[in-house]
Design a binder for this molecule. Structure first.
Ligand code: UT7
Length: 323
């Protein structure tokens, strides 16, 4: 029997501590005005000492499961997107699996940095379509505050911590009004490895390293690749920008998001923008934005939602979902 993945629940979690642009400007040669104008960021959240990626992921997962009316024991797949795992191994997903009381199925991490949520969603969607699992939890969770060089104003002002999660259930495409993931589109270009990377890791140094980025070049490539991948997603489904109810983009820079919105011909009201409050939370940014727009009543059952993201690798992708 043909199966598809329907969204059954959505949840998010942000650490309590808010770090504003003004606070950063007290420590660094930067200003609230520069950060807002160049990125759209006003503030970000920072995990408390001892608060780990798995803690953020667990809280987002609990909320997503509760909106789906499910518990951990109902799941048979957990895919966690993160570039900031608790430990080098095992997967942070394993810790979250145990805390959720999920004793069957598989739990593993996916690493595509800021594109991680789209990659994890595609992996889970493929498993559900193939009948390898009947329900899946897809989490994006990050503590980028731990891998920032707090002396480098060109990167440390850009990122924040957070987590978001979606519950997926396998459904027959002939029922329930076609509400399921329509398609996922993934790409990578490893030749661009060193324009956005962390200068450490278990096989290269004895430290976990700090984030390094050629911002202007990443920006240029992001606009190009994201424009191409949203076109690809629309073409694959014989749709146009006019069919999209909501663009839920990765939140790296409001200028990148605006340019993709213009490309699609979307008015700003149809774009879910959270960057002002969360900054760039890497793999967590799309599910955080989804949770906000679902809980405030913007995204409703049956809406067509387009998600897109680009991150280190470079890796990028898009997903189209009939919510
Ligand atoms: O999520 C993963 C993907 N990541 C992205 O998509 C990020 C893509 N890149 C960007 O969003 C932007 O390139 C940045 C926000 C990182 C930088 O904006 P920009 O408009 O590309 O600025 P720039 O790097 O060209 O720098 C312009 C100036 C420089 O000074 P000079 O050389 O013109 O004197 C920088 O030194 O702004 C300076 N600058 C700052 N000034 C105040 C850089 N960072 C700061 C800062 N505060 N925090």
């Amino acid at each position: 029997m043909k199966l598809r993945s329907q969204v059954a629940g959505c949840g998010a979690y942000l650490p309590e501590r808010i770090l504003t642009n003004r606070e950063l400007a007290e420590r660094l040669d930067t200003s609230d005005e520069w950060i807002r104008q160049r990125t759209g960021i006003g503030e970000r959240r920072v995990a408390a000492s001892g608060e780990l990626t798995s803690d953020l992921a667990f809280r987002a997962a609990e909320r997503a499961l509760s909106t789906a009316g499910m518990s951990g024991s109902d799941l048979d797949l957990l895919v966690l997107a993160t570039a900031t795992p608790d430990n080098t191994f095992p997967a942070t997903a394993a810790k979250v699996q145990a805390r959720l009381g999920m004793t069957g199925g598989a739990a593993f991490d996916v690493q595509a940095v800021c594109a991680g949520f789209i990659f994890a969603l595609a992996v889970a969607d493929n498993a559900l379509r193939l009948g390898q699992a009947r329900s899946a939890l897809v989490i994006g969770a990050e503590t980028f505050s731990r891998i920032l060089d707090w002396h480098d104003r060109s990167t440390c002002v850009l990122f924040g911590d957070g987590a978001g999660a979606l519950v997926l259930k396998a459904v027959s495409p002939t029922t329930r009004g076609g509400r399921y993931i329509l398609s996922n589109h993934l790409h990578s270009d490893g030749r661009q490895y060193d324009i956005l990377y962390v200068d450490g890791g278990p096989s290269s140094t004895c430290s976990s390293g700090l984030l390094r980025m050629e911002g202007r070049e990443v920006f240029r490539q992001a606009v190009q690749h994201l424009s191409d991948v949203v076109d690809e997603a629309l073409r694959a489904n014989e749709l146009t920008g006019a069919d999209i109810d909501w663009l839920v983009p990765h939140q790296a820079n409001s200028r990148i998001i605006d340019s993709i919105g213009r490309r699609l011909g979307l008015p700003p009201e149809k774009i879910v923008m959270t960057i002002e409050r969360h900054a760039n939370t890497s793999a967590a940014s799309i599910p955080l934005a989804l949770e906000l727009a679902v809980s405030d009543g913007r995204i409703k059952a049956g809406d067509l939602v387009l998600m897109e993201a680009l991150g280190g690798g470079l890796s990028w992708g898009a997903s189209l979902v009939r919510w």
